[in-house]
Design a protein around this ligand. Structure first.
Ligand code: FES
Ligand code: FES
Length: 166
């Protein structure tokens, strides 16, 4: 067992974990943060995307011990003071989801893009989200939602408590 200390969505956790424990299993099973989903467990679908120390990662491809001394932001940490993140609002308003299974990972990957480029075009959005698969929507409304979030001009502005590099 390894002892880790990791800050997740603004809260610091100290835990003993097996060296082989995946970050996504740590988040879901140990911390109960089940909004981060598992679609494949093989690094293909992007459903498990979270932010680790300012970098977007597929948490089924990262070990919990690799997050030791790190800061993780999940989709559950995006809303602040009861206010949705601009991407959450846009996904809701633009009907960018059906079953919602891919949505946490989509939003986290889109957030990563908007921090790097607050004003991306549709082609760049599609490129940035190519590692995130959706079985339901056909992607059109997802791209529309990311464009709408960018147009809100505040998509990249997040309170410091949400973690990650700006
Ligand atoms: S569950 Fe991680 S990429 Fe599919
Ligand atoms: S909304 Fe169902 S998988 Fe994307």
């Amino acid at each position: 067992m390894n002892r880790i200390s990791v800050r997740v969505d603004g809260t610091t956790y100290e835990d003993e974990v097996e060296p082989r424990l995946l970050l996504v299993h740590y988040l879901r099973e140990r911390l109960g943060l089940t909004a981060t989903t598992i679609g494949c467990d093989t690094g293909n679908c992007g459903a498990c995307t979270v932010d680790l120390d300012g970098v977007s990662v597929k948490s089924c491809s990262v070990l919990a011990v690799q997050a030791d001394d790190g800061e993780v932001t999940t989709v559950e940490g995006l809303a602040q003071d009861g206010e949705w993140h601009p991407l959450q609002r846009s996904f809701h308003e633009d009907h960018a989801l059906q079953c919602g299974f891919c949505t946490p990972g989509m939003i986290m990957a889109a957030r990563d893009l908007l921090r790097r480029n607050p004003d991306p075009g549709p082609a760049e959005i599609r490129r940035a989200l190519k590692g995130n698969l959706c079985r339901c929507t056909g992607y059109q409304n997802i791209v529309k939602a990311v464009l709408a979030a960018a147009a809100r001009q505040d998509a990249g502005a997040e309170p410091a408590a949400s973690g990650g590099a700006a």
